[in-house]
Design a protein around this ligand. Structure first.
Ligand code: MN
Length: 333
């Protein structure tokens, strides 16, 4: 049975159609899927004659992802834009605390306006007024593609490149098991519209900065294999990240380093880009579910890709999390 293409609820299309000046919001430390989804919707709305803004607080874009913002040409939201917005479109974001909003907003900043959420995190708390959450979707950009098509919104070659970037990265370059025929159909449609496969591939896979390269060298050197070779983890301390010339926005998908070892069923990356706070990325391989483990440390995400943040330095985080991870692996089939 072929997997059906995702199809958005008509209520979502209607609520977004009512918005004239929405603010598009993604998650903290936005990745290409988050950015592509935000910009993809925003650009389609601009082409439809609306005036959307994208919420990207100062410092939230990594050097690697800045070109996506430049391609999109969507104005960034300030306090006035939040006050005058007639709706909010939140993408790729599982819960309100994950929303990447500008500082100093009133606690009830969404009051009286519609919030529409589009996401693929299984841990999504359905915090919008209308929520389209498809956890079997490999990326939020795949959902935004389906939304633009279903709503008959304009899709030009730049928008197509932005959405393609999110699908490509969230599927691990079309290599993770969530990559379905429907994912490839969405990607194929975007390429037909003019997505620049070569440019997106080059900028995201073959244009590494020296600083990012230095950080990867640290993460390679710090990789350990434990639990009879089933768990690989690595670390980057506050000093190591700073000495590489990197910061919080530069921690992205480096968990791919421990994950790349043969036989590994779980990979974990511990990074302390903010002193005293350790971000933990969990990845499951061969069907291993890491979501419950991430949730036990206050995090969330997907079954095979989850994250958490805990208030302690990297070394302490390793001591707390690695034994729990090995125990979780012992309990997996
Ligand atoms: Mn995503």
């Amino acid at each position: 049975m072929p997997e059906p293409d995702p199809s958005p609820p008509s209520e979502l299309i209607e609520r977004i159609a009512e918005m004239r000046r929405p603010v598009c919001i993604g998650h903290v430390t936005p990745d290409p899927d988050c950015l592509g989804a935000m910009f993809g919707i925003a650009r389609a709305l601009v082409a439809a004659g609306k005036s959307p803004h994208a919420c990207l607080p100062e410092g939230s874009l990594s050097a690697r992802n800045t070109f996506l913002d430049e391609m999109a040409e969507i104005p960034h939201a300030d306090h006035e834009d939040f006050a005058s917005a007639d709706g909010f479109i939140v993408v790729d974001t599982a819960s309100p605390v994950r929303c990447n909003v500008i500082e100093g907003l009133p606690p009830d900043w969404r009051a009286g306006r519609t919030m529409a959420c589009v996401d693929h995190h299984v841990s999504n708390t359905r915090f919008g007024d209308v929520n389209w959450v498809v956890d079997r979707a490999a990326s939020s950009c795949e959902l935004v593609h389906a939304l633009l098509r279903a709503a008959d919104l304009p899709l030009d070659s730049t928008t197509a490149s932005l959405l393609y970037a999110g699908i490509m990265t969230d599927t691990g370059g079309f290599s993770l098991p969530l990559t379905k025929a429907s994912t490839l159909r969405a990607a194929a449609d975007l390429v037909e519209v003019g997505a620049d496969v070569g440019l997106i591939g080059e900028r995201l896979n073959r244009a590494q900065s020296v600083n990012d390269f230095r950080l990867l060298r640290v993460i390679n050197a710090n990789t350990h294999l434990v639990g009879d070779g089933r768990l690989a983890y690595s670390t980057a301390s506050f000093d190591e990240i700073r000495n590489a010339g990197c910061g919080p926005a530069d921690i992205d998908d480096q968990v791919k380093v421990p994950r790349s070892l043969a036989g590994v069923r779980m990979a974990i990356l511990f990074t302390e880009a903010v002193q005293g706070e350790t971000r933990i990325n969990f990845r499951g391989e061969q069907g291993v579910n890491v979501l419950a483990l991430a949730q036990s440390f206050g995090g969330g995400g997907h079954e095979q890709a989850a994250g958490a943040r805990i208030r302690c330095p990297v070394a302490e985080a390793v001591e707390r999390v690695v034994p729990a991870a090995v125990a979780a692996l012992d309990g997996q089939p």
